[in-house]
Ligand binder design. Structure first.
Ligand SMILES: [Zn+2]
Length: 238
């Protein structure tokens, strides 16, 4: 099992680890800071130094409890060897800010508008989008939701992650905002929770900033009416 440094401390940019498995350009480490992607947040990219040589890590894949790192070329090393890993921090930090912003916007919608269902979202380096089944949502309301979200950002809430038992998780209303998320909670022994203190709690596997003020200012960049129910909000952080 790969120890998940990105969960313990999402601010760690470089780390040492031991190779557990190596096959050509794919390696599993005993611990990793590379987020393998999921929940709308892309996987990290970066570098690994093995036996004094540098390799680009272009992708990760999850395999059970392990993270498989994929390098751009075959790695000349062996199982048991110690390597150094560096993640592309600018990109990752951007993902963290966007991910926390999505939780804030989704919390604002959740608290204010009962007739709404999240249909998931996608984070990019320079923008993010969220889809909602929310018939009443239009551009004007989207602007209002973003403005309320910016007030939450400026209130400087702490953002904490913790694991809780399934029974406890099932007692918290709307811990997951999507159908697949709710199904997943039923199957897990422990659920990882991301809490924006005093504002919102969601089941989540991603990486987040530690205080809402790090998000910056949220700006609505696009509103799309994708049908009578499905609406899309796209935003940028400045
Ligand atoms: Zn999330």
């Amino acid at each position: 099992m790969s120890e998940k440094i990105y969960w313990k401390d999402p601010y760690i940019k470089e780390f040492d680890a031991r190779i557990e498995k190596l096959r050509e350009n794919e390696l599993i480490l005993d611990r990793t800071a590379f987020y393998p992607g999921g929940g709308g947040q892309p996987f990290d990219t970066g570098r690994i130094i093995a036996e004094g040589k540098e390799y680009h890590i272009t992708e990760e894949r999850k395999s059970g409890d392990d993270v498989i790192h994929i390098a751009s070329s075959n790695i000349n090393s062996e199982e048991g060897a110690v390597v150094k890993g560096y993640i592309d921090w600018r990109k990752r930090y951007s993902y963290m800010r966007y991910h926390t912003a999505i939780h804030i916007i989704s919390g604002v919608i959740e608290n204010g508008y009962a007739e709404s269902f999240s249909k998931g979202g996608q984070i990019y380096e320079d923008k993010a989008r969220i889809d909602w089944d929310m018939p009443m949502l239009n551009r004007e309301l989207a602007e209002k939701i973003i403005s309320t979200s910016n007030s939450v950002v400026s209130e400087s809430h702490r953002v904490l992650a913790k694991n809780i038992l399934r029974e406890e998780a099932l007692k918290i209303p709307n811990l997951s905002r999507t159908e697949p998320g709710r199904a997943l909670i039923q199957r897990l022994e422990e659920v990882r929770i991301v809490e924006i203190e005093g504002f919102d709690m969601q089941a989540d596997g991603g990486t987040h900033v530690s205080n809402t003020k790090e998000v910056g200012t949220i700006k609505l960049s696009k509103f799309e009416n994708k049908g009578s129910h499905n609406k899309r909000i796209e935003f940028v952080l400045v």
